[in-house]
Design a protein around this ligand. Structure first.
Ligand code: E4P
Length: 218
């Protein structure tokens, strides 16, 4: 399972990268705005900084909502850096643009996916990644994890190569549940990754080992 970090915060990205378990980064316009990154030039420069920090795929989202605009923007984003993946919204023009980019061998991430039918369309259009938003479904009392299971079944039935990128992951249990369900990738905040480290018995056990070592060597 690949671990992506869902942020535009360079410190968090660097910390996850330093841990040695990071496979990529996802961003969106809200995450950029949260870091105070505004204006096309600053946003493009920020993508460059993110690509310099990590080795894997970096999703950069288009803000156009029409096919021609998405193609222009996506081509410009893809030309920025080989690690850039063009992130497209799941609307009709987004699906058309996904097919356009997949035919050209440019990686895509189809985002804002909330149903199995939408995920089927993204796979048919040749998406590299499909991003079902599990946390936002949970927010409205709908089982986000069930969507991951449905997409896994559909993709496996037909051998679709589109990777399921569980998005809107909010916490560590989401990460574990997505892994159990066979999600190819998860993207979440740094806390969702660091939470995997935690177990009180690890801390207690380590403290005891160190104390016993000190006793034997004093
Ligand atoms: C996915 O690529 C999105 O950036 C993200 O996961 C959305 O998460 P949120 O629902 O926590 O905003």
């Amino acid at each position: 399972m690949k671990f992506f970090i869902d942020t535009a915060n360079l410190d968090d990205i660097a910390e996850a990268q330093a841990l040695g378990v990071l496979d990529g980064v996802t961003t969106n316009p809200s995450l950029m705005a949260k870091e105070g990154i505004t204006g096309a030039d600053n946003i493009l420069a920020h993508y460059q900084k993110i690509c310099d920090l990590v080795d894997g795929d970096v999703s950069a989202e288009v803000i156009s909502t029409d096919f021609e605009g998405m193609v222009d923007e996506g081509e410009m984003l893809a030309s920025l850096h080989p690690q850039i993946v063009v992130k497209l919204p799941l609307i009709a023009d987004g699906i058309k643009a996904c097919k356009y980019f997949s035919d050209k061998g440019i990686k895509t991430n189809v985002t804002l996916v909330f149903s199995a039918g939408q995920a089927l369309l993204a796979a048919k259009a040749g998406a590299t990644y499909v991003s079902p938003f599990i946390g936002r479904l949970d927010d409205i009392s709908t089982d986000g994890l069930n969507l991951i299971a449905e997409i896994r079944q559909i993709y496996d039935n037909y051998g679709f190569e589109t990777q399921i990128l569980a998005a809107s992951v909010r916490h560590t249990m989401h990460v574990i549940d997505c892994a159990k369900l066979g999600s190819d990738v998860m993207t979440g905040p740094l806390s969702s990754i660091k939470g995997l480290l935690k177990h009180p018995l690890t801390d207690i056990g380590l403290a005891k080992f160190l104390a016993d070592y000190k006793k034997g060597n004093s």
